[in-house]
Design a protein around this ligand. Structure first.
Ligand code: NAD
Ligand code: USQ
Length: 419
């Protein structure tokens, strides 16, 4: 039985991926420090869906399928020796790395959040790579990266899968072709950590011949997969708040509870999207298509379609009658951009793309309706802004002081409000 270690296996993408792999004959073990659940306490807003404790999740899974998933509770960014020992003893064929702080707005909340995001994400990635080298175990690392590493300016070309051919003039005037990592253009501290992960991968792959696949994933929408639907105790998390909620799930949830749809700026931002069911399928496909020893880092674009934000809002409004409301954009990003992303590699591996469909949109809306009593409407408006000027301008209603929280340098992240 092939073994897979899932770092961050309690999260939105990690939990359904763990179940999907377990269902498909893999021996699965999860590592998670449950920091995402602790962040719920910090932000005073939890998952809209009633996610169960890890032990309840795992015992229900075993009861339904007979499959046992091991759980290791520790911090990948801090507890290097726990990680090293686990890899050396478990000897996973693949390690899927989801264990990072993944919300762009959360990473911009304060200097504490910036520093936490950088420290957590870069140390988690470097610890993993160093532990694989030190253990001598030949694990294939599959990392969840982001389409955001490419930046969201409009370029006159289709975004390739990770690498770009460039030409320089040699001393004799001849053109020389080079393949480089596509230039990094992060739009938030969170996205910046993903561009830096890419350099870690480049280095450890070049120096230590570690086999790595980096998945440049778009915005994930939906909540349920075939496996999480099997029982309510297996339900996946659903983030709807201004920091962790992603745009389409937020719109569907807002429509379900009669809240205006929160379009930032003109809504002309084009982003890439993928349904969570396709996410778990892509993770399995990536595990099953490892690069060969000595191959460079393999990069797949994990996206199935692109949309402008205002088109998504219109689509949701047409179905639900919801009001569309335009907000000053709390982020620093192009008001309008075009985006065409290649995804040939996953298509050639057999991915059957799920496109925005009535049924799936309705499913998310139904989940949102079912659990709307758990929604705290105060958490819907985003209060994280990209710079101090936006803090002043944002919505024109709040002062910089009112929007900012200053985190103290304590490991618990205690904060005091600057009232
Ligand atoms: P999530 O926050 O729901 O899950 C991340 C999990 O990792 C959480 O359970 C958290 O507790 C754990 N974790 C974080 N730091 C850890 C550490 N140092 N040690 C141990 N566990 C740790 O996020 P998600 O939506 O599941 O995203 C997973 C990955 O996929 C992220 O790396 C993210 O960048 C990437 N991704 C997500 C999306 C999306 O739309 N959700 C899109 C593209 C890429
Ligand atoms: N947006 C709105 N209204 C909202 C929320 C978002 O207009 O209520 C806009 C944002 O301004 C942005 C776009 O929608 O232009 C996408 O925002 P998002 O919060 O859905 O996604 P993003 O911040 O990009 O981050 C999410 C995940 C992250 C992942 C990324 C993939 O949280 O982990 O890396 O999607 S990508 O967008 O391809 O970079």
């Amino acid at each position: 039985m092939k073994k897979v270690l899932i770092l961050g296996g309690d999260g939105f993408c990690g939990w359904p991926s763990a179940l999907h792999l377990s269902k498909n004959g893999y021996d699965v073990a999860i590592v998670d420090n449950l920091v995402r659940r602790k962040t719920d306490i910090e932000l005073e807003c939890g998952s809209l869906t009633p996610i169960q404790s890890m032990s309840r999740r795992l015992s229900k899974w075993q009861e339904l399928t007979g499959q046992k998933i091991a759980f290791h509770y520790f911090d990948v960014a801090e507890n290097y020796h726990r990680l090293l020992t686990l890899i050396a003893e478990y000897k996973p064929d693949s390690i899927v790395h989801f264990a990072e702080q993944r919300a762009a707005p959360y990473s911009m909340k304060s200097s504490w959040h910036k520093r936490y995001t950088v420290s957590n994400n870069l140390n988690a990635t470097n610890n993993l790579l160093a532990a694989v080298v030190e253990s001598g175990v030949n694990s294939h690392i599959v990392h969840l990266g982001t389409t955001g590493v490419y930046g969201y300016g409009t370029v006159q070309q289709v975004i390739p899968e990770g690498y770009l051919s460039v030409y320089t003039k040699g001393q004799n005037g001849d053109l020389e072709e080079h393949e480089i990592l596509y230039p990094a253009a992060p739009g938030s501290i969170y996205h910046m950590t993903k561009t830096q992960d890419a350099l870690c991968f480049y280095y450890y792959n070049k120096n230590d011949k570690i086999r790595i696949t980096d998945l440049h994933q778009g915005v994930v929408w939906g909540t349920e997969t075939e496996e999480t639907r099997m029982d309510e105790a297996l339900i996946n998390r659903f983030d709807y708040d201004g920091d962790y909620g992603t745009v389409l799930n937020r719109f569907l949830m807002q429509a379900a509870i009669g809240h205006p749809l929160t379009v930032y700026g003109t809504g002309g931002q084009t982003r890439a999207f993928i349904h969570i069911q396709n996410t778990v399928q892509c993770v399995k496909l990536a595990i099953e298509s490892p690069p060969k020893h000595g191959d460079k880092v393999q990069i797949f674009n994990q996206v199935t379609e692109t949309h402008k934000v205002r088109e998504l809002a219109q689509l949701v409004a047409n179905k639900s009658g919801a009001e569309i409301r335009f907000f000053d954009n709390p982020r620093t990003e192009d008001a309008e951009n075009e985006l065409i992303v290649r995804n040939d590699k996953f298509l050639s591996l057999g991915l059957n793309p799920i496109h925005l469909k009535d049924g799936l949109l309705a499913e998310v809306t139904n989940i949102a309706k079912k659990y709307q009593h758990r929604c705290d409407t105060k958490s819907i408006i985003c209060t994280s802004v990209w710079d101090a000027k936006k803090a002043v301008d944002y919505t024109g209603k709040k002062t910089a002081e009112g929007l900012q929280q200053t985190y103290q340098d304590s490991p618990t992240g205690d904060f005091t409000e600057m009232a």
